[in-house]
Structure formats: structure tokens, C-alpha cells
Design a binder for this molecule. Sequence first.
Ligand code: SAM
Ligand code: SF4
Length: 329
Amino acid sequence: MLADSYGRVATDLRVSLTDRCNLRCTYCMPPEGLEWLPKDEVLTDSEINRLIRIGVTMLGIEEVRFTGGEPLLRRGLPGIIAAAAALTPRPQTALTTNGIGLARIAPALAEAGLDRVNVSLDTLRPDVFEKLARRRRLDDVLDGMAEAAAAGLTPVKVNAVLMRGINDTEAPELLRYCLDHGYRLRFIEQMPLDAQHGWRRENMVTADEILERLGTAFDLEPADTADRGSAPAELFLVDGGPATVGVIGSVTRPFCGACDRVRLTADGQIRNCLFAREESDLRPLLRGGGTDTEIADRWRATVAAKLPGHGINDPSFLQPARPMSAIGG
Ligand code: SAM
Ligand code: SF4
């Protein structure tokens, strides 16, 4: 088991497959992109498969989520998914993507054993999309969501981040669109994880504000929270249900006490928290003849050292050196 000293057990592994991306969302990356990880530092497909196998068969990982950067940019993605889905016990498999290219590859991913997708969609307006993601790709994202649903990668969940003065008036229309298409929308508070260090608390659209804006167009009531478990989203029934909308108040409503996640970066670092300031490098063990047991022991020790919370609301908070795109959101 991957237990920490506060009684939490990590069962949900987030695997970043690349730090590269084909969008430049303003809350994530600067317009010019970032200095990408050197190729030889990025884990190979077989190194990733080995670590996932160790996580699932030796350390109790039950769900594997592929992310990045943009995970669809990783050529070996179907093979990596297939290797994870072939493990015993079989983990749940999921993908977080910006949706570009998803329309074409969704059937192959489903065939490989992918169970579900989360697609990021912050706006339905092409001009706002271009301002926010600095590319004109809205239609690709919408097509990707539709094809993912058609391929059975359901429920298609949609992640939206609201930015003040950019897309913060769009909450009701995003929800209407998702309800009409059978997608499950979740709003995520903007977190201090952008490479440019541009996050400001006063600019963040809070969970309270998100609910207020949705409340102008829909009746919302808290869904039964008994089964929330470690899910970060607070769920609300929309107009009496059964449809729901989620709000992930990472900053104003932290859920660290129920966290069950652990992260593997594309260059082989285990991180026990999105906001961890320390990480544990598995690459020397992987490439230096380390045994599965040695790797598992190192991994366990990293999770054991997990802090009780992210500390964003503490005056001494320091943003981690790695931006979100290099950690794996
Ligand atoms: N490129 C993929 C995508 O956009 O879905 C996967 C990686 S992205 C880092 C994962 C999720 O993190 C996306 O839903 C994105 O909107 C979210 N995200 C990125 N930067 C964020 C920030 N500063 N605060 C909150 N969410 C953020
Ligand atoms: Fe790329 Fe995802 Fe970051 Fe947007 S949020 S720049 S799509 S990694």
C-alpha cells in the first residue's frame, strides 16, 4: 500500500506522458511555450509500463489516469493504455486531454482499453478560445468530445477553468451545452501552478462565485455527499437532477484530507502532491538496474512523506518549481 502518516492511502496514479502541448492556455503556459524536457530524460514506453505495473501489482494502485502536457501527443499512447489494461488486477484507465486529435484516435483508445476521458473546455466562443488557449482549435475540441462519447469513453467529463474578465460569464452556457450533450461538467478553481507565476488570489473565480453564476440560470442543490469519497468535485443536482455539475474548489474548499493521488512525471519523478516542493527521482533506479522491490520501496517512502495539505492558503506558501504542464494535472 501507498500510505502516508495522516492515514491516507494513494490508489489513484496520475501519469504524465509528456510536458509538451499544442495549446498555450494562459493559466498554464506562456505564449512561447516552455523549455521542454530533454528527450533522453523522458521515460520510454517500456519504462512507463514497468512503473505502472509496479504501482498496480505491488502498491495497490487502482486507477491510472494519463495526462500531461498533452497526452495525445505521445505516439505510444494506445500501447501504454493497452499494457495498463492488461494488468491483473485491471486498473481503471482514464485520460485528461485538451481534446485536439481526440476525434480521430478515440476509437483506437477505447479499443486499447481506455475507460473514460476528461476533456478541458473553458469556452464555447471561438474568439475567447483563441484568447485563452492562443490557438484557433475550438471545433477540434468539440468534435473530440463527441467522438469520445460515440466511442464509449463515457461518461465524458468536461473540465472548465473560469478566468475573470475572459470567460467568467460563460458558466451557464457551458453547463447548458454539457447537459444537452450528456457530458458531466466540473469547474476547477484556478490554482497557482502556471509557469509564468501570474496567479493572483483576487483574480481567481472562487467556487462560491461559480455557484452564484450558475444559480442565475439553474436551480442547484447539493447532491448526496455520502458517496463523494476522495472525489475532489462537490456535486450539485441541476434543476432537481439527475444531471449534476461539479465544482472543484482546490483553493477555497481544499480536499487534501481525502486525497488518494500520487503522480509520476514524464521524466520519472514521483510527486506525492500537485504542490509538492520535493520529488523523488526513479530514473536512476530504472536505468541503473534497480529491482522492482527497490523501486516500490522508494515510491512508498515518497508517499509516506506526504504533507497534510497544499498550504496555498498559508502566507508562507511557495509555488512548486515545476509548472502544471510538467507535473501532470
Ligand atoms: N493538456 C491536457 C488538458 O488540458 O486537459 C492535460 C493536462 S492539463 C495540465 C490538466 C488540467 O489542468 C486541465 O483541465 C487544465 O484546465 C487544468 N489546469 C491547468 N492549469 C491550471 C491551473 N493553473 N489551475 C487550475 N487548473 C489548471
Ligand atoms: Fe496544454 Fe493542458 Fe496546459 Fe492547456 S492546460 S496549455 S492544454 S497542458
